[in-house]
Design a protein around this ligand. Structure first.
Ligand SMILES: NC(=S)c1ccno1
Length: 248
């Protein structure tokens, strides 16, 4: 997978040199390219924003630098498939595990990091003439810019690529993973020592009975989901999963 990130703060993405994503880039599994939006400005101050039409506080990112940057970065050959452009914004559709799974199947993603009050809305409309465009939100809160959100999305998406995680099975057992963990969050996990500050590891985990361990883990995931995510529990109940799973 190739990922292009356009931002006025390329240094924000230094963490993508680390750990599993860093290793995947070094191995060639993952091609992440950073682009400074100011490279597409031509005035002496490298201006990327201006006051909003209609008045109001803050500044809006100018369309010209974004248009030129996307023309260059997201441009493609006549027989090449266009990349998918992702715009992180509080006003976007929720970025969920399902969205991460879907985006992990894309050969190319371009992330546009807005700042200030956002990017002139004509940029997304213009880009949509040439490529699929998605506005996605990592949560119902406002950040100072899209960079933190893109770090989150890139990590959630790229960890699903074959070969990135050490153990390919672990993603399937994560909270929200499609299949067995759909609409479920993970329950408690334990490692050595068996007793720590008078707290014992649940004996079933030491039993060697894999069926019993699987059932215990599912029950604990259900309990945790009911306790911390009643919204997901409602969905499970509506799908009849909660009842069925509860009986298992
Ligand atoms: N919630 C998201 S994605 C965001 C982007 C910028 N500010 O908030």
């Amino acid at each position: 997978m190739r990922i292009d990130i356009i931002t006025i703060f390329p240094e924000y993405f230094a963490p993508l040199e680390l750990s599993l994503i860093g290793k995947a880039r070094a191995s060639g599994l993952l091609d992440i390219r950073l682009h400074d939006l100011r490279s597409w400005t031509h005035d002496r101050h490298n201006t990327v924003d201006d006051t909003p039409f209609g008045g109001g506080p803050g500044m809006v990112m100018k369309p010209e630098p974004w248009g030129a940057a996307l023309d260059d970065v997201a441009g493609r050959g006549p027989d090449e498939r266009p990349p998918r452009l992702v715009l992180p914004t509080p006003s976007g559709r929720p970025f969920t595990q399902a969205a991460a799974d879907r985006l992990a199947g894309e050969p190319r993603l371009v992330f546009a990091c807005g700042r200030y009050e956002g990017i002139d809305s004509r940029v997304a409309a213009d880009a949509a003439l040439r490529m699929p465009v998605e506005e996605l939100s990592v949560g119902d809160y406002v950040l100072n810019g899209g960079e933190s959100a893109v770090l989150v999305m890139v990590e959630a998406v790229t960890r699903l690529l074959p070969g990135v995680l050490g153990n390919a099975d672990s993603a399937a057992q994560d909270s929200f993973a499609p299949g067995a963990m759909h609409n479920l969050v993970e329950g408690p996990v334990y490692t050595k020592p068996r007793v720590w500050r008078d707290q014992e590891v649940p004996p079933v985990l030491l039993s060697g009975d894999h069926g019993a361990v699987d059932r215990w883990r599912r029950d604990e995931a259900l309990r945790k989901t009911v306790r911390t995510r009643p919204d997901l529990a409602e969905r499970l109940a509506a799908e009849g999963d909660l009842d069925r799973r509860d009986r298992e």
